[in-house]
Design a protein around this ligand. Structure first.
Ligand code: 13P
Length: 250
């Protein structure tokens, strides 16, 4: 049985004091037995947040990482640096990095291999733009992103990869994909992984949904057969709403 992962992506929000306060609130939440909790603050607060959740079961992750191990790469962060400040996960290929910063599948794939080699669990984000959905290209776009981002990843390595389906039109807009729309894409991702790898590998991969997940829609989304958790933006910035989503994972 797949575990549930409720992850908070804090994006470029919060001060140091707010981040550590929120982290303490999240550490006090009581996830169900089958639920894991992850928070992904800004890089500059990773160390402080790791200290705030120390002793709890809450995991900490970066929002991105570079694929080189060190050297002259101004502004970048290595996998070892993330591990050094308490990270066990890293978000990769978030739609804001794909569409605002301009990252492509090839770069994301290099980062994913670096994360796996370092023992960090990558949370690989995929998802279509509104115009792609409206022109019937959702499956093609998501499959393309998965193929490109997971190039040369073995079945064994897939056991350590988490996928997050985040339709871009649902991020920060209050427009959630309906549970049926989300389930349809999640099931297709799993089918694709079964064809590419095998049924076991596909059956074990955690696939999270992200995009306007809130306390009032979390239960229904998480109740879908192929939805194994949530990647939460706005609603993860308040301890009460994030705790309610964590509780919905039980
Ligand atoms: P919102 O929950 O604010 O829509 O953000 C989703 C997201 O991008 C999480 O990575």
């Amino acid at each position: 049985m797949r575990r549930t992962l409720i992850a908070g992506n804090w994006k470029m929000n919060l001060s140091r004091a707010e981040a550590t306060e929120l982290a303490k609130g999240v550490a006090a939440a009581k996830p169900g037995e089958n639920t894991d909790v992850l928070v992904c603050p800004s890089n500059v607060y990773l160390d402080a947040v790791s200290t705030s959740v120390a002793g709890s079961s809450v995991a900490v992750g970066g929002q991105d990482v570079y694929f080189e191990s060190g050297g002259a790469f101004t502004g970048e962060t290595s996998t070892d640096m993330l591990k050094d400040v308490g990270c066990s996960y890293v978000i990769l290929g978030h739609s804001e990095r794909r569409n605002v910063i301009g990252e492509c599948d090839k770069l994301i794939n290099k980062k994913l291999h670096a994360a796996l080699a370092a023992g960090l669990t990558p949370v690989l984000c995929v998802g279509e733009l509104l115009e792609e959905r409206e022109s019937g290209k959702t499956t093609e776009v998501v499959r393309g992103q998965i193929t490109g981002s997971l190039a040369d990843v073995s079945a064994d390595q897939m056991a350590k990869v988490v996928i997050a389906y985040e339709p871009v039109w649902a991020i920060g807009t209050g427009k959630t994909a309906s549970p049926e729309q989300a389930q349809e894409v999640h099931a297709d991702i799993r089918k694709m992984l079964a064809d590419q790898y095998n049924e076991d590998t596909a059956g074990n991969v955690q696939i999270l949904y992200g995009g306007s997940v809130k306390p009032d829609n979390a239960k229904e989304l998480l109740g879908q057969a192929d939805i194994d958790g949530a990647l939460v933006g706005g609603a993860s910035l308040k301890p009460d709403s994030f705790a309610a989503i964590i509780a919905a994972g039980n």
